[in-house]
Design a binder for this molecule. Sequence first.
Ligand SMILES: Cc1cc2nc3c(=O)[nH]c(=O)nc-3n(C[C@H](O)[C@H](O)[C@H](O)COP(=O)(O)OP(=O)(O)OC[C@H]3O[C@@H](n4cnc5c(N)ncnc54)[C@H](O)[C@@H]3O)c2cc1C
Length: 429
Amino acid sequence: MSSPDYDVIIVGTGPTGLGAAFHLVEHSSSLSILMVDREKICSGGLLNDCKQNYTFPIGFAVENWSREEAERLLPQVEKWLQPVIKEKQNIDVYRRRAERLGTTLLDIRQAHVGTDRSLRLIQYLRDELSRRGVQFLLEREVTDIFDNASGTGIVMSDGESFRGRRVVVSPGRKGFSFLQQVMERMGIFYIDNVVDVGIRIETKRENYPIVNDYYDPKFIFPNSVRTFCTNSGLAKVVLERYQEFNLVNGHALSEHHSGNNLVNFALLKTIGLKNPVRSGQQMAVFLARLANEIGGGMPLMQRVGDFRMGKRSSGETFNEDLYDFPPSCQVTPGDLGLAVPAKIMRHLWEAMKRLDTIVPGVLHPSTIMYYPEIKMYANKPAFLDSHFRVSACVYMAGDGAGTSRGITGAWASGIRVSEGILQSFAADF
Ligand SMILES: Cc1cc2nc3c(=O)[nH]c(=O)nc-3n(C[C@H](O)[C@H](O)[C@H](O)COP(=O)(O)OP(=O)(O)OC[C@H]3O[C@@H](n4cnc5c(N)ncnc54)[C@H](O)[C@@H]3O)c2cc1C
């Protein structure tokens, strides 16, 4: 057997891959490392908005993390990302109101880079790794992973292959299907029974003034509903494009830009499927397709005023006198009631009503509800150890493998993988 091309190959240059690479170069300068990505620059949240949460459990998949383990690694994440933590005010006022309604407001250490400045951060991180000898192979897609008698490595879409002593697979949420295919082929047992389904709310800043005190307020409501990824300043709802459908998401530019007076945030419900239904991914695809079908290939949007009256929003009526701001994302005006399963809609709406009592104004008739916002990161491979190893020499981590739900948790997952790799190298000698 010929010797491997690299000590470590990392698939995916998102925060998981970066966290793994930085930990490796910091602790062993002699390792040869290759990072591969099908994009030119890492996509996902490091590029879009780049809010960083430094308080457990935000961004972590709690089934794989203890508070102690997360708090041990978060300072290491902070060391490389060098966040400027945002100030918060009046938290107690909102918290007391929330508690009366059976709702929790989490107090999170948070930083916000903004989409306009995140590119610079990514470039800095990449330059730093290059300077330390890490090689990058960009705009190249990995189609398979192998770990067998002939060695360990990756196969590219053009058939070329590279061998590594260890392979880290961290393809993120968009690599969900790729990861599932690899696990099927490698015979790795996994479950995929959890999915987050929800709406993105957009309203005028004056209708959601809590953002003046707390940039990304994290409310936890009954029925597994939570607020997620709040954006203000120059904030926009955006399309998250997949091959077969479009979802919505949101981002904002840094505070250096003057604002558009809008706020957007997601309201997500976590759904844990029980037997006989097994795949959260399949359910998500089904729901996304249904909404896009009704929306003529696009997500749907509906004004709260129309929703309350039980009538669809239409192009002609979408901007009537009460509806006093244009949507920042042009999708199809319609009726969410046709697309969102009743139980999910009921729980989301109950959360909205609670939120409107805690922060009066958010249910203004002009507020827009966009659908679908769906998080498909619930592949859960059967890990062989606490470093997310799935076979003799292959590790799977990050949002795609269900070990994280945000930038900091993903970066920490990468560190945990690299700790395992370094231990295994030490044991080889
Ligand atoms: C629009 C948007 C905004 C977000 N905003 C935030 C935020 O503000 N704060 C926050 O904490 N989280 C945010 N998130 C979530 C955050 O992006 C993820 O939690 C985090 O990036 C996960 O890191 P990861 O390394 O696991 O995956 P990713 O960051 O998704 O990186 C995976 C990488 O693998 C590459 N890849 C995938 N498949 C292959 C393949 N077959 N071959 C080669 N390369 C492949 C992808 O191109 C990608 O660059 C956001 C997500 C999105 C989509």
